[in-house]
Design a protein. Structure first.
Length: 149
């Protein structure tokens, strides 16, 4: 088992544009939706995504804040192997528009044409509790409590 740091994983995540955000649905199933990571995120155990407040995933998070994030990228420059990161965490819903700008990128205007003033906009803040990664020949887990303290 390898001992990569959260900073190592953040470097890999910077090149990944989309993640799958998984929630627990009202019926007990797992619902997964693609969310943009915008490739401009410095990962420190916290992730931020935007959605409309009437989306089913928002109701899912309100009922059960435990969520999962799945990332897939490439490892290495010479030997291109898939690199996978699985994050388990807790989501909180942020409605305070003053916090939106710190996590907004111009690419989000594609989905939210009025920017941070888009009616019904909500931010999903996912705080990691467990991060596991696989790199073909290598796998491990990052201790989030140690990494962010």
């Amino acid at each position: 088992m390898s001992d990569r740091s959260l900073a190592d994983l953040a470097e890999k995540m910077r090149d990944i544009d989309f993640t799958m955000l998984s929630t627990h649905t009202a019926g007990g199933a797992i619902g997964a939706r693609p969310m943009s990571n915008n490739r401009e995120v410095d990962y420190d155990g916290d992730s931020y995504y935007f959605a409309y407040d009437d989306a089913l995933m928002i109701a899912d998070i309100q009922a059960d804040p435990k969520v999962g994030l799945s990332f897939q990228g490439k490892s290495g420059l010479i030997r291109q192997r898939p690199f996978f990161i699985a994050v388990e965490g807790r989501a909180t819903l942020v409605r305070d528009r003053n916090h939106f700008k710190a996590h907004w990128t111009a690419d989000l205007d594609r989905w939210f044409p009025e920017g941070t003033d888009t009616p019904g906009l909500i931010m999903i803040h996912v705080r990691a509790e467990r991060v596991h990664y696989w790199d073909g020949e290598d796998e491990g887990e990052v201790n989030i409590k140690q990494a962010v303290n």
